[in-house]
Design a protein around this ligand. Structure first.
Ligand SMILES: [Mg+2]
Length: 162
Protein backbone atom coordinates (compact mmCIF):
# COMPACT_ATOMS: atom_id res chain seq x y z
CA UNK A 1 0.00 0.00 0.00
CA UNK A 2 1.22 3.41 -0.88
CA UNK A 3 1.54 5.29 2.39
CA UNK A 4 0.56 8.93 2.30
CA UNK A 5 2.78 9.66 5.26
CA UNK A 6 5.97 8.21 3.82
CA UNK A 7 8.55 10.52 2.27
CA UNK A 8 10.29 9.88 -1.05
CA UNK A 9 13.67 10.50 0.54
CA UNK A 10 15.18 9.88 3.98
CA UNK A 11 18.26 11.79 5.08
CA UNK A 12 20.04 12.25 8.37
CA UNK A 13 20.39 16.04 8.10
CA UNK A 14 19.63 18.68 5.48
CA UNK A 15 23.32 18.66 4.54
CA UNK A 16 22.87 15.13 3.23
CA UNK A 17 20.34 16.18 0.58
CA UNK A 18 21.62 15.28 -2.89
CA UNK A 19 21.06 18.59 -4.68
CA UNK A 20 22.33 17.40 -8.03
CA UNK A 21 20.03 14.41 -8.12
CA UNK A 22 17.02 16.49 -7.11
CA UNK A 23 17.87 19.06 -9.72
CA UNK A 24 18.07 16.34 -12.37
CA UNK A 25 14.60 15.24 -11.27
CA UNK A 26 13.19 18.70 -11.84
CA UNK A 27 13.31 20.15 -8.32
CA UNK A 28 13.78 23.91 -8.48
CA UNK A 29 12.78 25.03 -5.00
CA UNK A 30 12.69 23.98 -1.36
CA UNK A 31 10.19 24.59 1.37
CA UNK A 32 11.79 23.94 4.75
CA UNK A 33 10.29 23.30 8.10
CA UNK A 34 12.37 25.07 10.78
CA UNK A 35 12.05 23.39 14.16
CA UNK A 36 14.19 20.29 14.45
CA UNK A 37 14.80 20.41 10.69
CA UNK A 38 17.11 23.45 10.38
CA UNK A 39 17.63 24.19 14.08
CA UNK A 40 16.55 22.96 17.49
CA UNK A 41 13.50 24.55 19.12
CA UNK A 42 15.88 26.36 21.47
CA UNK A 43 17.97 28.01 18.73
CA UNK A 44 16.48 31.36 17.70
CA UNK A 45 18.82 31.58 14.72
CA UNK A 46 20.39 29.12 12.28
CA UNK A 47 23.97 28.21 13.10
CA UNK A 48 26.73 29.34 10.76
CA UNK A 49 26.90 26.08 8.82
CA UNK A 50 23.15 26.10 8.15
CA UNK A 51 23.11 29.78 7.19
CA UNK A 52 25.95 29.17 4.70
CA UNK A 53 24.21 26.13 3.28
CA UNK A 54 21.00 28.08 2.70
CA UNK A 55 22.99 30.81 1.01
CA UNK A 56 24.61 28.18 -1.21
CA UNK A 57 21.17 26.88 -2.23
CA UNK A 58 20.16 30.33 -3.35
CA UNK A 59 23.46 30.87 -5.14
CA UNK A 60 22.61 27.72 -7.09
CA UNK A 61 19.29 29.36 -8.00
CA UNK A 62 17.07 27.12 -5.92
CA UNK A 63 14.00 28.82 -4.50
CA UNK A 64 13.99 28.73 -0.69
CA UNK A 65 11.02 29.24 1.60
CA UNK A 66 10.37 28.49 5.28
CA UNK A 67 6.95 27.17 6.31
CA UNK A 68 6.58 26.58 10.02
CA UNK A 69 3.60 25.91 12.23
CA UNK A 70 5.36 27.84 14.98
CA UNK A 71 4.47 31.44 15.82
CA UNK A 72 5.31 34.64 13.96
CA UNK A 73 8.03 35.86 16.31
CA UNK A 74 10.05 32.65 16.19
CA UNK A 75 9.74 32.20 12.45
CA UNK A 76 10.31 35.84 11.49
CA UNK A 77 13.45 36.13 13.62
CA UNK A 78 14.85 32.95 12.11
CA UNK A 79 13.92 33.70 8.51
CA UNK A 80 14.94 37.35 8.51
CA UNK A 81 18.42 36.43 9.71
CA UNK A 82 19.02 34.67 6.39
CA UNK A 83 16.67 36.79 4.26
CA UNK A 84 14.34 33.94 3.39
CA UNK A 85 10.58 34.46 2.79
CA UNK A 86 8.45 32.58 5.27
CA UNK A 87 5.02 31.67 6.55
CA UNK A 88 4.49 31.26 10.29
CA UNK A 89 1.44 29.38 11.57
CA UNK A 90 1.54 27.62 8.20
CA UNK A 91 -1.16 25.09 9.19
CA UNK A 92 0.73 22.11 7.78
CA UNK A 93 -0.40 19.60 6.65
CA UNK A 94 -2.98 21.82 4.98
CA UNK A 95 -1.93 22.87 1.52
CA UNK A 96 -3.04 26.48 1.41
CA UNK A 97 0.21 28.18 2.39
CA UNK A 98 2.46 25.58 0.84
CA UNK A 99 0.75 26.21 -2.48
CA UNK A 100 1.08 29.93 -1.95
CA UNK A 101 4.80 29.51 -1.25
CA UNK A 102 5.25 27.74 -4.58
CA UNK A 103 3.46 30.54 -6.37
CA UNK A 104 5.67 33.09 -4.68
CA UNK A 105 8.78 31.23 -5.83
CA UNK A 106 7.39 30.85 -9.34
CA UNK A 107 7.40 27.05 -9.29
CA UNK A 108 4.81 24.27 -9.26
CA UNK A 109 4.43 21.86 -6.32
CA UNK A 110 5.95 19.16 -8.56
CA UNK A 111 9.09 21.27 -8.86
CA UNK A 112 9.30 21.70 -5.10
CA UNK A 113 10.88 19.62 -2.36
CA UNK A 114 9.34 19.79 1.09
CA UNK A 115 11.89 19.14 3.83
CA UNK A 116 10.84 18.43 7.38
CA UNK A 117 11.14 16.21 10.43
CA UNK A 118 7.50 15.25 11.01
CA UNK A 119 5.35 12.81 9.05
CA UNK A 120 1.95 14.19 9.99
CA UNK A 121 2.66 17.82 9.23
CA UNK A 122 5.60 18.22 6.84
CA UNK A 123 5.53 15.02 4.84
CA UNK A 124 1.78 14.61 4.65
CA UNK A 125 1.39 18.24 3.59
CA UNK A 126 4.01 17.95 0.88
CA UNK A 127 2.72 14.65 -0.49
CA UNK A 128 -0.79 15.97 -0.64
CA UNK A 129 0.36 18.53 -3.19
CA UNK A 130 2.61 16.17 -5.10
CA UNK A 131 5.87 17.61 -3.87
CA UNK A 132 9.04 15.61 -3.47
CA UNK A 133 9.17 15.00 0.28
CA UNK A 134 12.35 14.65 2.31
CA UNK A 135 12.37 13.50 5.93
CA UNK A 136 15.28 14.48 8.16
CA UNK A 137 16.07 13.01 11.55
CA UNK A 138 14.99 15.51 14.22
CA UNK A 139 18.05 17.49 15.31
CA UNK A 140 17.25 17.26 18.99
CA UNK A 141 15.18 15.01 21.21
CA UNK A 142 13.90 18.03 23.12
CA UNK A 143 10.31 18.43 21.93
CA UNK A 144 6.98 19.37 23.44
CA UNK A 145 4.57 16.70 24.63
CA UNK A 146 2.33 16.84 21.55
CA UNK A 147 5.25 16.27 19.20
CA UNK A 148 6.43 13.42 21.43
CA UNK A 149 2.93 11.94 21.27
CA UNK A 150 2.99 12.04 17.45
CA UNK A 151 6.44 10.47 17.36
CA UNK A 152 5.00 7.21 18.68
CA UNK A 153 2.75 6.92 15.64
CA UNK A 154 5.51 8.03 13.31
CA UNK A 155 7.65 5.20 14.65
CA UNK A 156 4.94 2.67 13.91
CA UNK A 157 4.56 3.88 10.33
CA UNK A 158 8.29 4.02 9.69
CA UNK A 159 8.83 0.59 11.19
CA UNK A 160 6.12 -0.96 9.01
CA UNK A 161 7.57 0.60 5.90
CA UNK A 162 10.98 -1.04 6.15
MG1 LIG B 1 9.72 20.38 12.75
Amino acid sequence: MKNIFLPEIFVDTVFDIDLEKLSQNGVKAFIFDIDNTLATYAMPLPDEKTAQWIKMLRDKDFGVFFASNNDEERVKTFADSVGVPYKAKALKPLGKYLRRACKLMGVTPHETALVGDQLFTDIWGGKWLGMCTILVNPISEVEDSFVKFKRRFEKMILKNSR
